[in-house]
Design a protein around this ligand. Structure first.
Ligand SMILES: [Zn+2]
Length: 272
């Protein structure tokens, strides 16, 4: 009991020194390892991933990934600026790459480093479907979900770090980063986020795709197609993103407010 109390007090102390604000919810989140350390690690891992995989260039699909990525990034920038978070993305180095792989998968590392696998394109079907996936993945990065997971791993290891609150100098950060992002031996294999982070990413993702000019209702249709893929051996993306009817119902119920939010930015038509 006493041990537990000590641990929670330490957690509170660490929380006080390591906090970030989620610009979409206004909530304080745990950020023991700052983005200034996470982003360079992510950039390095991203480059390594690309060097070990076949990047598709100069095809219609590769251009679509780039165009939709640009639009989602621009939407994120507009939203953050309008909500008093100008500069939030200053350290982002947006990059969108299509990788030749039959895996049904996509992810975004911290700092805006996106990979779309060719295997997911038949499921995303068109630009708007791709925007739904990208909006969702970018949302995880913007809301610092990986950073929170990394911080949670650090709190779990409090025993080890309690005497060493100089986290900035902590050589274990690389290992923690690898654990939190599911990297290391399997570069690019992402661990699942918690259900609450998934829900949050769905909601933020709808706003981003709507500001980018895509109809958020398409996200519900995308998840229906994902659900159909779930029969038999579920693809990689679905092992971390279960396509449940709760998810689809939520998206349907949030679509109108995402459109309303986008109208504030002068978006009047939504591409399906
Ligand atoms: Zn997700």
């Amino acid at each position: 009991m006493k041990f537990k109390l000590t641990i929670s007090l330490l957690a509170v102390a660490l929380f006080a020194i390591g906090c970030a604000t989620n610009p979409f919810t206004g909530e304080k989140t745990l950020a023991l390892v700052p983005n200034s350390q996470i982003l360079p690690m992510a950039f390095q891992q991203y480059d390594q991933f690309l060097s070990e995989h076949k990047v598709v260039k100069n095809t219609t699909d590769a251009r679509m990934v780039h165009d939709v990525g640009n639009k989602i990034a621009a939407a994120a920038e507009k939203y953050l600026k309008a909500n008093g978070y100008a500069g939030y993305l200053a350290d982002y180095r947006w990059e969108y790459n299509l990788v030749d792989s039959p895996e049904v998968n996509a992810w975004c590392m911290p700092g805006g480093k996106i990979v779309i696998y060719t295997g997911i394109l038949p499921v995303t079907k068109n630009e708007a479907g791709l925007a739904a996936v990208m909006g969702h993945e970018v949302a995880h990065a913007l809301a610092n979900h990986g950073q929170q997971r990394m911080s949670a791993a650090q709190v779990q290891q409090l025993g080890a770090v309690a005497g060493n609150i100089a986290l900035a100098e902590n050589p274990e950060n690389q290992a923690l980063f690898n654990t939190a992002y599911g990297l290391g031996t399997n570069v690019g294999v992402m661990l699942p986020f918690s259900r609450s982070h998934e829900t949050e990413a769905d909601k933020i993702g709808l706003t981003l795709m709507a500001i980018a000019g895509y109809d958020p209702i398409v996200a519900a249709q995308l998840w229906e197609r994902m659900q159909a893929q779930q029969q038999g051996a579920p693809p990689e993306f679905l092992s971390t993103h279960p396509a449940s009817s709760t998810r689809i119902n939520n998206i349907n119920s949030w679509a109108a407010s995402a459109r309303a939010e986008a109208r504030k930015y002068g978006v009047t038509t939504f591409r399906k």
